[in-house]
Design a protein around this ligand. Structure first.
Ligand SMILES: *Cc1c(COP(=O)(O)O)cnc(C)c1O
Length: 368
């Protein structure tokens, strides 16, 4: 059996460089609670991402939960079913009712034209996702938010470094959150961040991720613990130095996949969007069973047999999980485009260390 080709592979720092930074952590004996590597990583990330402020978190789920807390969001929040389940879980953990809106098949993102009809007197925010790192229509979403006085929190877990016309997508809305999980384009093993626009919000978020402590004796609110330790911050600093090269390697993989697959009947994929700097975090293909001759699952399992491990991101839809399927907005008739995408998608192996022969093997599975 040929070697496994995995859908993702973590970007790892050079281990000797990592040892050298660990030695500094050991010598300083300051291992967590806003240490010097933590501060440095927040600053370097803000510069890299072209955003004013970054607050590190221990994963990508806690900043979502904390963002909703910080903005006092309650009642109903409009969101997308076509995402990783953490997006909706963050609402549930805040006692908020998710209201699912269908996606735009051209992007996989929430369809702005369907948002207004989902707004009720209880709606307090919109939580879109830049799925696969493809930018949402942030302008249109902001217009709707302004019209109805709603907050906008972007789950930007896939959108590390994504820019539109030279500007970071992470500056859209009230707050954006990132995940630095091992499977993402940029990782700190486990980790995440929140992006905010002003110093006061940064301060408040930093309190909230440290139990609400503003100083030794003042607790300003019911905070959580989401502090990042110096070991992960050091790892993150090293990975930041190689993330551009990793994204460029992913770009080359995307180019190769597109060239190889463009002529395959019944297989479609996204092209780059004009003016957008992509991060190539995923390479989803969509299987039209009638034209292609195999269903999505038939192709998925055929690939698996040959040790080529794609992933059916995002199948099943969040709205079909037991926690959420009883909601009025979860009815399949409300979400036809999301169901269609979830039933046809396979994310092909996509990471910085894919070899030419790996890509050829993936493509061979799809040719038939
Ligand atoms: C990965 C991911 C998360 C959760 O991030 P973790 O770091 O795994 O907690 C949230 N939303 C989306 C869209 C994701 O892909």
């Amino acid at each position: 059996m040929a070697d496994k080709i995995t859908v993702t592979s973590p970007l790892l720092p050079n281990i000797d460089d990592f040892y050298a930074l660990l030695k500094q952590v050991w010598d300083s004996k300051w291992i967590t609670n806003n240490g010097s590597f933590h501060k440095q990583l927040e600053q370097e990330l803000a510069a890299y991402l072209k955003v004013p402020y970054v607050s590190l978190f221990t994963n990508g789920t806690l900043p979502l939960i904390t963002a909703l807390q910080a903005l006092h969001i309650s009642g109903e929040v409009i969101t997308t079913p076509y995402s990783f389940v953490a997006t909706t879980h963050a609402l549930w953990w805040n006692g908020i009712k998710p209201v699912f809106v269908d996606i735009d098949p051209a992007t996989g993102n929430i369809d702005p034209n369907r948002i207004e009809e989902a707004i009720t007197s209880k709606t307090s925010a919109i939580m879109p996702v830049h799925v696969y790192g493809k930018p949402c229509n942030t302008k249109r979403i902001q217009e709707i938010a302004d019209k109805y006085s709603l907050r906008v929190i972007y789950d930007a877990a896939h959108a590390f470094g994504v820019e539109v016309n030279g500007k970071s997508i992470l500056n859209a809305g009230d707050l954006s959150t990132l995940s630095f999980h091992a499977t993402k384009v940029y990782n700190t093993i486990e980790g995440g961040a929140m992006i905010m626009h002003d110093e006061q919000t940064k301060k408040r978020i930093d309190y909230l991720k440290n139990f609400g402590f503003a100083n030794e004796t003042t607790v300003v609110g019911p905070g959580i613990n989401s502090k990042v330790d110096e070991v992960r911050a050091a790892y993150g600093l090293l990975n930041l130095r190689q993330v551009d090269a990793a994204i460029e390697a992913r770009h080359q993989v995307a180019i190769t996949y597109r060239e190889a697959l463009r002529s395959v009947k019944g297989i479609t994929f996204f092209d780059d969007m004009p003016g957008v700097k992509h991060n190539y975090s995923y390479f989803p293909i969509f299987v039209n069973a009638e034209e292609y001759g195999l269903t999505r699952d038939e192709l998925y399992f055929k690939m698996k047999e040959q040790n080529v491990l794609g992933r059916r991101y995002f199948y099943p839809l969040i709205s079909t999980f037991s926690t959420y399927r009883g909601l009025e907005s979860s009815r399949p008739a409300n979400l036809p485009n999301a169901h269609k995408m979830a039933d046809s998608v396979i994310c092909l192996p996509m990471h910085h260390s894919l070899l030419k022969e790996d890509i050829e093997r993936v493509v061979e599975c799809i040719y038939q």
